[in-house]
Write a protein that binds this ligand. Structure first.
Ligand code: 5GP
Length: 120
């Protein structure tokens, strides 16, 4: 499984304000900012404000309010970017086989172009 949370990871530094980001939206429970290496015209990362490396940690250990607040911000970003009519994608890489690079749970939100299918 994934290692214990490491609070020196880049998203922890962004949450602490030690590293800048292009902020898209923020709430008590989550922060949304532009991916530094965008793969689509809209490519936003949404991270919970807490110490969770994996989705399993987050879903098991975060409070209902934290979880609801996180997913609410994901929805608000999609709405705010004007993607509801055109469509968009939410994706999360998890662990080694999932290709996760940053060990702070996050989801990617992609939109603004026709996205290729990954699952047939
Ligand atoms: P993942 O862990 O989801 O596989 O990939 C991490 C994502 O974070 C990548 O899309 C990468 O471009 C993005 N990323 C890595 N470092 C930074 C950073 O310092 N700032 C921002 N805004 N995005 C980053």
């Amino acid at each position: 499984g994934l290692p214990p949370y490491d609070d020196t990871n880049i998203f922890a530094r962004i949450l602490r304000g030690e590293v800048p980001c292009k902020r898209v939206a923020e709430s008590e429970h989550a922060l949304a900012f532009e991916d530094i290496n965008p793969q689509a015209p809209v490519h936003v990362l949404v991270i919970p404000k807490g110490h969770w490396c994996s989705f399993a940690d987050f879903s098991a250990a975060a409070s209902e309010a934290q979880q609801a607040g996180f997913w609410r911000l994901v929805g608000q970003v999609a709405h705010g970017a004007g993607l509801e009519e055109s469509g968009y994608r939410i994706l999360s890489n998890m662990g080694v086989q999932g290709g996760q690079e940053v060990p702070h749970f996050h989801v990617h939100l992609f939109g603004g172009r026709r996205l290729g299918r990954m699952v047939q």
